[in-house]
Design a protein around this ligand. Structure first.
Ligand code: 4AD
Ligand code: MG
Length: 466
């Protein structure tokens, strides 16, 4: 007999059905003639309550031996529950202990654990209510993202993970090498001492990608609308609740598209994913609303219907200068916008998601299209309450001469970008795209406050365990 998933049997339609349930024991209580087992299989937040009579064959071994954390399989009949708190219960005809669990050393006890503690047992935390719900929502959101782009005719592109170009030009790359770090080959002669990367695995300095954007631009220059959804890596030493060294990014890229078209897509996209999760993960969202972030469901409902506000960087700076708010990082035209500023703008000034556009070119990447007047670039960041920046994007510089100049001004070497410049010589078109930090999206959806708790195994400075 095939196992039923618990989510499919916890309803009145199942009364009288014979089923096999496979899962892990959350708790067991023993009465005189029977035991209650709460079983969870990860298909939903809820457990199924099993009633196992002491008269079952192998009761001692299979039921009384099934401690919290054990894996069991239960054959039985679904009945309308007599008890409070659940609609159905499973009256067992047979219980089989599949995997024992040593009660004295099992780290997940009935009490509530802190998320900090659970990070130290990241291999077991998916068995908790919170993490089960996070990762079901993460999965639903990933599916919704592919669905959104698929329905709009975007081609899904698997951009490379190992690369020899730095997309953001910020030098925050993890090196990929097979050189002997104790005795690397050195360049001879005038360059004495420098490492000879031509003898490295790829014949050049290689790194883990910080973004699939540049490769997505090449494909957009042929397939018109594409997107990537993959892991990206940043060797920035940011120990914050919003930064990971390895995170997943969604990056659409559209040919024949400008900044406004880019923002329109980002807005539709975000609303679509939120709507999908609201419609498909109601019980899990309810859990977050009750235990993690009060009001998160209502806030998502609101955003799923809202028009997002837009303001230029210059307007954002004026708004902050004119507010009575004291910021830790001073506000003036030209200054980078910090998390505290982002949160002020979205939470207090706008009260919802807001696109900030046209940033000073000095604080943005080389590839962003230079605006008229050459002070700002056609960039956009989407700021949301609680998190700040969730999306960063721009219209790209499609003019070869300007791009070449910007690469130089940014102090970058032109050579690694030769193919990127080629795109501007052969059928160049206005184009635009953005990157959504997928973990930030999951934080936004769940109300979880630390990015380490929305990715299965977080990689942060000093930590790559598991
Ligand atoms: O703003 P970023 O750096 O933009 C890019 O990488 C562009 N190439 C995207 C594009 O236009 N195709 O990063 C995009 C988003 C941010 O808005 C943020 O949500 C997320 O990626 N992000 C991070 N998420 C977790 N940890 C980090 N260290 C992150 N850095 C950026
Ligand atoms: Mg950014």
């Amino acid at each position: 007999m095939e196992s039923s998933r618990i989510k499919d049997i916890l309803n009145a339609d199942s009364y009288g059905r014979q089923v096999l349930v496979s899962g892990w024991v959350r708790t067991r209580r023993d009465a005189k003639d029977f035991s209650f087992l709460e079983i969870n299989d990860g298909s939903c937040l809820r457990n199924v309550q099993v009633i196992a009579d002491a008269s079952l064959s192998g009761y001692e071994l299979n039921v009384l031996g099934a401690h919290t954390g054990s894996a069991v399989q239960v054959h039985g009949t679904i009945l309308q529950s007599q008890g409070k708190g659940q609609a159905v219960e499973l009256r067992a005809s047979a219980v089989k202990l599949i995997g024992e669990c040593d009660a004295s050393s099992y780290p997940l006890q009935k009490k509530r654990h802190t998320n900090e503690f659970l990070r130290t047992i990241a291999h077991l935390r998916p068995r908790t209510n919170t993490f089960g719900a996070v990762f079901r929502i993460r999965s639903a959101a990933a599916f919704a993202i592919h669905k959104f782009f698929n329905e709009r005719g975007f081609v899904c592109l698997h951009s490379p993970i190992i690369t020899t170009s730095d997309c953001e030009g910020a030098g925050e790359m993890f090196r990929v090498t097979t050189l002997d770090l104790e005795q690397p080959p050195r360049l001879e002669g005038d360059y004495g001492g420098k490492i000879d990367y031509s003898r490295d695995f790829f014949g050049a300095e290689a790194s883990l990608t910080v973004s699939g954007q540049l490769e997505a631009e090449t494909f957009a220059s042929a397939l018109s609308n594409v997107y990537t959804f993959g892991p990206t890596f940043r060797a920035e030493n940011s120990n914050t609740p919003r930064h990971l060294a390895e995170f997943w990014m969604v990056e659409p890229e559209m040919a024949f598209c400008d900044l406004q078209g880019n923002m329109n897509l980002a807005e539709d996209f975000l609303r679509f994913v939120i709507r999908y999760v609201l419609d498909h993960c109601a019980a899990d969202l309810e859990f977050f609303d009750q235990w993690i972030e009060k009001g998160v469901v209502q806030a998502l409902e609101k955003v799923a219907q809202a028009q997002f506000a837009q303001m230029t960087y210059s307007e954002a700076i004026s708004a902050m200068e004119q507010s009575s708010r004291k910021f830790e990082f001073p506000v003036h035209w030209g200054a980078d916008i910090q998390t505290e500023h982002e949160r002020f703008l979205s939470e207090e000034y706008v009260g919802g998601p807001v696109f900030v556009t046209n940033y000073p070119k000095e604080i943005k990447a080389f590839y962003m299209r230079l605006d008229e007047g050459e002070k700002t670039v056609s960039a956009m960041d989407l700021l949301v309450p609680r998190l700040g920046e969730i999306i960063g994007g721009s219209q790209r510089e499609e003019r070869e001469a300007v791009l070449r100049r910007r690469i130089q001004e940014c102090g970058l070497a032109e050579q690694p970008y030769w193919w990127y410049l080629d795109l501007r010589r052969y059928g160049s078109v206005p184009h635009a795209g953005f990157g959504l930090g997928f973990e930030r999206m999951v934080m936004y959806l769940t109300g979880m406050s630390n990015i380490r708790d929305v990715i299965p195994f977080p990689r942060t400075p000093g930590n790559a365990d598991f």
